[in-house]
Design a binder for this molecule. Sequence first.
Ligand code: FBP
Length: 568
Amino acid sequence: MASDPRQTKIEALLGNETTFRAQRRSYQPHLCPRLAAGAGLTRPLEGVDLEVLRVAREQLPFVSKNKLLEILPNGPSRPVKPLRLGVVLSGGPAPGGHNVIAGLFHAAKQAHPDNQVIGFLAGPKGIITDKHVEITGDMVAHYLNSGGFHMLGTGRDKIDTPDKMKKCRETCGALQLSGLVVVGGDDSNTNAAFLAENLRGCGTQVIGIPKTIDGDLQVPGLLQIPFGFHSACMAFATEVGNLNSDCKSDLKYWHFTRLMGRSASHIALEVAFQTHPNVILIGEEIEEKELTIHSVVRLIADVIVARAQAGKNYGTILIPEGILEFIHEVNVLIIKISYIIAAYNRTASEEESFHKLPFEDQVQLIDNSDIWRDYDSRVFLGFPSLLQKGLLLPRDSHGNFPFSLVNTERILLEMVATYLRKQRAKGLYKGTFKTQNHYYGYDGRGTFPTKFDCDYGYNLGYTAYSLLANGATGYMAALQDLHLPVADWRPLGIPLPPLMHLEERRGRLELVIAKQKVDLDAPAFKLLEQERQKWAEGDHYRFPGPIQFDGPAAATAPITLQLNSLGQ
Ligand code: FBP
């Protein structure tokens, strides 16, 4: 029967496929020469001192002996027997994750057509409960160069009990996995280190992949940035550039914009270079200068007052999501409340657990704690109620504070408005203060990857395969010299234990991968210091536009990374 052209047209218009996504699939990511020929050879890379803490040596005695590895192109061909490898996506989604799987899959198939890749579903829980699928060439082709973690899903489960570890061992043993690739941020790579130590018995090697849009998984000199950061920043920069465009046209709104990034302010810094806002807060600077929340409010208000005097009652303000952690008096309360909640929940029944209690009872419980001082109460009660409620939110399974759920931009906006009212009463402010508040976070981490992240993810997948094929375990795959063209990237295996330190989590010190904060001595921040006064006073807005995949605008890398590679 001849097809109905009207129906065909309707199906095309209403179908799930988009031209954009279909077009993206045709791009074959570029590989650096050291990986292009296959698994390659690993050899220790001398000259870099990686120290391991005693506590890491005690908890991870086997993998603590790992030496930094570089990967060289293929040496003499070796017999290869088929391998079965597992991969898990872990933590928040980050654009480029599907290309890590594609790189791992293609490298495995290139080495041996019978090699298999197993994908665990919904994050680490998929390993614990053995929920998996076999990854096929069709799946890889379908998801290539696309955003999100749809192929397998993700989750934040911490493998933190002997029972969970035993279940992981059973799953890997039953599936006869010779390798497991954990794609994740600091907490997921912490999981990877402990898995590597504990899965030796069943013959499963473990490699971590540096992923997080937050950009805080870095190793100075070895790993400049994790994958996903560039794409998320470009998605946020598109939005902020559009706000710049609106406020420069309509001349009437102050846009208070919060950007994702749980702790460090790498995202805000990158988006600032991409868009040139009027105000940019950097958490690490606030911490160094020991600013209180009221001085942060004043810092914003001063720019608003100065611009009003010049007749400019509009502008854009960038607020990193993790800023509260860097404001000392707020962070002290976050740490104390985390401790009190964890201590209380250890003995409370499920029905009476902290977050089942009414707000007033929660405050009372905190007030009664031995570690809570009168001073803490005064600070807490002096905060706007939005912030008070935010500080009590449930911590995640790793003990992290949920910064993404606190409307910091609204809290600051309201505090700035109050301050400006007082300034107006004193005759010091005569402007109009009309505002909009925005949050960009989940949208950016679900965006399509930039070409940079497509290539980066793909090369990381190949690097992971190479490390596994060469017998490595307890390493993070990395590529050096990301500021250069792909042809100059150099694949590495960075041992996980030297990246670990002790960190306060749920009131206890835990051995975890350390987050890297914005380096205030690096060129990028120094250049921001030089530029921002000009951006505050004038309208030097930059409009980066949407992520491109073709033409010269597609060939970009993070600005901060490029500035930092210039040296002082
Ligand atoms: P990862 O470190 O796992 O990549 O996740 C980062 C992040 O997107 C943060 O920027 C954000 O604060 C947090 O996850 C949100 O977590 P959740 O997904 O639990 O809401």
